[in-house]
Design a protein around this ligand. Sequence first.
Ligand code: BGP
Length: 460
Amino acid sequence: KLVSFPKDFLWGASTSAYQVEGAALEDGKGCSVQDVKEVIHGTADFKVASDFYHHYKEDIEMMAEMGLKTFRFSIAWTRLLPNGTGEVNQKGIDFYNNVIDTCIANGIEPFVTMYHFDLPAALDIKGGWSNPETIDAFVEFSKLMFENYGDRVKYWLTINEQNMMILHGAAIGTGTTTQKQLMQDNHHMLLAQAKAMKLCHEMCPNAKIGPAPNISAIYPSSCKPEDILAADTFSAIRNWLYLDMAVYGEYNATVWSYMREKDILPEIKAGDMEIMKEGKPDFIAFNYYCTQAVSACDKDESSSETTGDQQVAVGEAGVYKGVDNPYLPHTDFGWQIDPVGFRNTLREVYSRYRLPIIITENGLGAYDQLEEDGSIHDDYRINYLRQHIEQMQLAISDGVKLFGYCPWSAIDLISTHQGFAKRYGFIYVNRDDEDIKDLKRYKKDSFYWYQKVIKTNGED
Ligand code: BGP
């Protein structure tokens, strides 16, 4: 028998600062790595985005109309500390005070990501996460947030998708390219996270904090033992390295031996591992889009699979090879869709860590069509989300302690790589990559559908 969603389940939705705010250089904001990176040809830059900076009131009111119990957004480090450290920008502090207060006035719990891909450019120039000083800068930034917002924000997320930044660094915020250095950057980020979690508990004893990686179950491509081993190794590299450290303060053993084998172990200073153990999460948040299938891969074999002229999956020679999963459909943008994999992933994470879980991203990137009457018929998005919500309920029935769900995204915003054409929102923003237009907001069909889901606590 299906167990219902908990009464106080946090139905929400997500955004991130650099993808939604715009006003990239307004009111004293400094440049982040996203503001200075070369824009992919044909896609919008981040200067205006959805202009949430000027529309936040109207946007949050629309979210309230949709019934959101929580809104997950991120704070732009460079709005508070334009140079990443040092001089504080009061206008930046005020902006998030306004966002938080508007949420609360509308009955929405603010769920704050501290850092979402937008490292200050001033820190990047000095080596970014390769430079241990960035750890101190992150702690300074954390302290500033806890001091200013800790009286009202009950939920904090440390670093969005650290694992994706390490696996696909250059594209989303880390410029580092050698694997050894990436593992060092990773170690520094893990230290920064542990320190922030500890500080949060000291400064805001009533608040809760957790990590927010992107987690997905990894499937072996067959029942061949070597494929199963490859899937297990990749899952450790992709998923467990991050959560084992956050929860247990220890390096995952499989990843440790993988790093030793490849001679890419990070340098660990005296006291580092004590710090890792001191900062503990209260919950686990993770983003889920789809699972990944892998097979074993010999040292001299190509580790990426190509179908036609499209590379469908990548891997690492001698470790694993990403393969296309023939059982799963794809989105318009080639991402596989796997609602059952969502249940698998939830079960796996819960049984490994036994901490309450919130989903901080899940959603469908698609081309939406604004009709002349102002409607947007995104039944494909409704189908996608409905199937994932069904699997969440099954996972809850399996015993997983799930306390919230924040699909990506509350409102249309700029995709990490594919500009404005790839939309995720419940709320449509009238602009495209070439033309900023009037930025008017429209409710998609999914807006009304999600409103009903929330009203009926998931019974829709
Ligand atoms: C996650 C990121 C988000 C978001 C989402 C969709 O990895 O945390 O910032 O953008 O993916 O990805 P994309 O924009 O590439 O479609």
